[in-house]
Design a protein around this ligand. Structure first.
Ligand code: UD1
Length: 339
C-alpha cells in the first residue's frame, strides 16, 4: 500500500481527501497542528472508511520535527499539501504569519522531499490567483493577476516555487486551483468546522439556519451581475477531494505531460449569492434570515472555472450539484449541533 503524507489532513478539504485516498487504496499519514480543526475528525474518518489514518501532531514550521517525521515514515511516496492559513483578512493584518506559514513551510517540506526522493507532490492552490478575470469562464492560461492579499500572494508564490523546482529536479507536481468548496461528506461524519464566526458563505448560511447566527449578511446587491450579487463556482467537497486522488494517481502512474501542471477544480457553473440562498432554502426546506449590506472589500464580482482541461486531460469532472452540496452542509450542521 502506498503511503501518502497529507499535511493539514484533519482540516476541511484534507479530511475529505484522506477518506477518498483510503477508499482508493492508499495509506494516509497525516500531519496537522490542530490550529484550525479538532482531533475528533479522526473518528469521523475512521467511521467512514473503517481505517484510522496515522496522525502526527506537529507544526511544519518546526523544521527538526518535520525531519524527524520523515525519518520515522520512510515509506512515503507522495505528498498532498493542504496545511496553510486561509483567512484573507487576517493575512492583511499579519502578512509575515502568512508568508511563514504558507511559503516557509512549503520550502521546508520540498527540501525534505528533494533529499529523500519523494517526487509526487500535489499542491492546494486557489482561483484567487486569477483576481478578477477578464474572460469567463477562466482557463488555466488566464494571466495570474497581482494578488489582492498576502494570502493570495502566498498561493502565487507557492506555485512559482513549485514550477522552479520542477524545472531543475525530479519533482513532479500538480497544483489544483480550487474554486469555492462547500458541503460535507454524505455520511455527515466529517464536514467544515469553522472556529469562531464563519468567514465563508455556506457555513454562515448553515449556522444562521441553525439559529447560531441571527441573520446572514449578503455582501452587496449592486454588482454588475443578473441579480446584483457576486458569482462564484461552488464545488461539492467530495468532488474536490476526489480530484486530489486523480491527480496523485496521474503522477504516480507517470501520466503527467509536464513536471508542473495546473488544473482548475470547479464545476464550470457560476452561481450568485442570492441563488445559493434560494437553492439552500429549496434543498433543505429551511427559511433563511438575510439582509443586504455593503460590499465586502476585496471581493471580486464574478469567477467560475473553465473545466475542460481538468475534464479531458486530468480525467476528472464534478459530479454533484450545488443543491446536494448545500443539503449535505445542512445535514452536517444539524449533526454538529445535535439538532
Ligand atoms: C474567499 C477568499 C478566497 C479564499 C477562500 C477560502 C476573498 C476575497 N476570497 O473566497 O481567496 O481562497 O475564501 O477561504 O476573501 N458572502 C456573503 N456573506 C457572507 C460571506 C460571504 O454575502 O457572510 C459572499 C461573498 O461576498 C462572496 C461569496 O459569498 O461573493 C463567497 O464568499 P466566501 O465563501 O467568503 O468565498 P470567497 O470570497 O469567494
Amino acid at each position: 500500500m502506498k503511503a501518502i503524507l497529507v499535511t493539514g489532513g484533519l482540516g476541511y478539504i484534507g479530511s475529505h481527501t484522506v477518506v477518498e485516498l483510503q477508499i482508493a487504496g492508499f495509506k494516509a499519514v497525516i500531519i496537522d497542528d490542530l490550529s484550525n480543526t479538532r482531533v475528533e475528525v479522526l473518528e469521523g474518518i475512521e467511521a467512514i472508511t473503517g481505517e484510522r489514518p496515522d496522525l502526527e501532531i506537529l507544526d511544519l514550521k518546526e523544521k527538526e520535527s518535520v525531519t524527524e517525521f520523515f525519518e520515522k515514515h520512510k515509506t512515503i511516496e507522495g505528498v498532498i499539501h493542504f496545511a496553510a492559513s486561509k483567512a484573507v483578512g487576517e493575512s492583511v493584518e499579519n502578512p509575515l504569519l502568512y508568508y511563514e506559514n504558507n511559503v516557509g513551510t512549503l520550502v521546508y517540506l520540498l527540501k525534505e522531499c528533494r533529499d529523500r526522493g519523494i517526487n509526487n507532490f500535489i499542491f492546494s492552490s486557489s482561483c484567487t490567483v486569477y483576481g478578477q478575470p477578464d474572460i469567463l469562464p477562466i482557463t488555466e492560461n488566464a494571466p495570474v493577476k497581482p494578488a489582492l492579499s498576502p494570502y493570495g500572494n502566498t498561493k502565487q508564490i507557492s506555485e512559482e516555487i513549485l514550477a522552479d523546482l520542477c524545472a531543475v529536479s525530479d519533482l513532479r507536481s500538480i497544483a489544483l486551483r480550487y474554486f469555492n468548496p462547500i458541503g460535507a461528506h454524505d455520511s455527515a461524519m466529517i464536514g467544515e468546522l469553522p472556529l469562531g464566526i464563519p468567514q465563508n458563505l455556506v457555513p454562515y448560511i448553515t449556522q444562521t439556519a441553525a439559529g447560531i447566527r441571527e441573520e446572514l449578511s449578503v455582501f452587496g446587491d449592486d454588482y454588475p451581475t443578473p441579480d446584483g450579487s457576486c458569482i462564484r463556482d461552488y464545488i461539492h467537497i467530495q468532488d474536490l477531494a476526489k480530484a486530489h486522488v486523480t491527480a496523485l494517481q496521474r503522477l504516480i502512474n507517470l501520466e503527467n505531460k509536464a513536471n508542473f501542471e495546473i488544473f482548475n477544480i470547479g464545476t464550470g457553473k457560476g452561481s450568485s449569492v442570492l441563488e445559493v440562498i434560494s437553492t439552500f432554502e429549496q434543498a433543505t426546506g429551511m427559511k433563511l434570515n438575510y439582509k443586504i449590506v455593503d460590499r465586502r472589500p476585496g471581493d471580486v464580482t464574478e469567477v467560475y472555472a473553465d473545466t475542460n482541461l481538468a475534464n479531458s486531460e486530468l480525467g476528472w469532472k464534478a459530479e454533484r450539484s450545488m443543491a446536494e452540496a448545500l443539503r449535505s452542509a445542512w445535514e452536517w450542521e444539524k449533526k454538529v449541533r445535535n439538532l
